[in-house]
Design a protein around this ligand. Structure first.
Ligand code: SF4
Ligand code: SF4
Length: 316
């Protein structure tokens, strides 16, 4: 029987802010949300995508045209603009399965966004990193939304538990409740995102309303899962930072008995990824969330007796 494969768009070692101790982060492709400020746009779909880094391209310097002749669909053409010499027709790339352009590009200017891996292949990478975790570390699954590849996720989680590896997840919780709760038998720690308490505002910013997310967070809080659940909130100035929204979030957490949040300031570090993918980025000009806002939000949570950690200043 063939082993299950999953699309993994990154594996990063030595993370110290995404769960207890030193950890490896596994980024699984696919997401049911489309947050306008998304920091990992290359992980939104379960499909390898071509990323084009202009600064590595040798079109001018070496008169390189290798990708143009390699593409069987004529999707790459010369623009005539020296600032942006190549035009990539991504409507044609959507049907592509060979990605011959990336194989032809010896300068790593064109690269694929992810790699299809079997459970064993991913476990070998996790195992390779394991010796660097030290005491109390482990592996954290993030994305994208890890539950978009739930069968692969569950298979890897199960293998981790069999190998006595501490497991964590960062999830939007936008997944059917049965699958969500079932996976927690293999999880020790979880970050669940919560972007807005108002269903319509949530839909405006992320493409989906928050009903399933709130239901799943409440269901996990009420379950007998013995792990630690931290609510993660990206604080986006002008979107979800109002006193009214943060108070509503705190009251919801009080009601279901959760008492730890990690608030993350918005940053623009994903800017170059949007360029590489040819995607527009609504937040390209948006300012990073100022410290005063983070402190105001933190105070509201603390006033509701909820432990509130800002950014990477966390004990986990
Ligand atoms: S991904 Fe495929 S269709 Fe798109 S440019 Fe590369 S080879 Fe051509
Ligand atoms: S093959 Fe690579 S380096 Fe050459 S023109 Fe294409 S993208 Fe640029």
């Amino acid at each position: 029987m063939q082993e299950k494969k999953g699309l993994v768009f990154d594996v990063q070692g030595y993370s110290v802010h995404d769960g207890p101790g030193c950890r490896s982060l596994v980024f699984l492709s696919g997401c049911p949300l489309r947050c306008e400020w998304c920091a990992n746009p290359e992980g939104q779909v379960i499909k390898q995508q071509v990323m084009y880094q202009l600064k590595k391209c040798k079109y001018e310097e070496h008169n390189c045209r290798r990708c143009i002749s390699a593409c069987p669909y004529n999707a790459i053409s010369e623009s005539g603009d020296s600032e942006k010499p190549l035009l990539l027709d991504r409507t044609k790339c959507r049907e592509c399965t060979t990605y011959d352009c990336t194989k032809a590009c010896i300068h790593e200017s064109l690269e694929l966004s992810g790699e299809w891996m079997t459970v064993s292949e991913l476990m070998a990478v996790i195992d390779r990193d394991r010796r660097f975790w030290g005491d109390g570390g482990g592996v954290t699954f993030t994305g994208g939304e890890p539950f978009m590849q739930k069968e692969f996720l569950t298979a890897v989680l199960k293998r981790c538990k069999e190998a006595f590896i501490h497991t964590a997840i960062e999830t939007s919780a936008h997944v059917d409740t049965a699958s969500f709760l079932k996976a927690f038998q293999y999880l020790d720690f979880a970050f669940t995102d919560l972007k807005h308490m108002d269903p319509e505002k949530h839909r405006e910013g992320t493409g989906v309303n928050n009903k399933l997310i709130l239901k799943n967070i409440a269901a996990l809080a009420a379950s007998d899962w013995p792990g630690i659940l931290v609510i993660r909130i990206p604080i986006i100035e002008g979107y979800n930072d109002s006193d009214e929204n943060i108070t509503a979030t705190a009251e919801f957490l009080n009601k279901i008995g959760l008492d730890i949040v990690n608030i993350l300031p918005f940053h623009r570090m994903a800017d170059s990824k949007y360029n590489q993918l040819g995607m527009s980025y609504k937040y390209a000009e948006h300012e990073e969330t100022p410290d005063e806002i983070m402190k105001r939000v933190q105070k509201i949570f603390l006033d509701h007796e909820i432990g509130c950690f800002v950014g990477s200043n966390t004990p986990f």
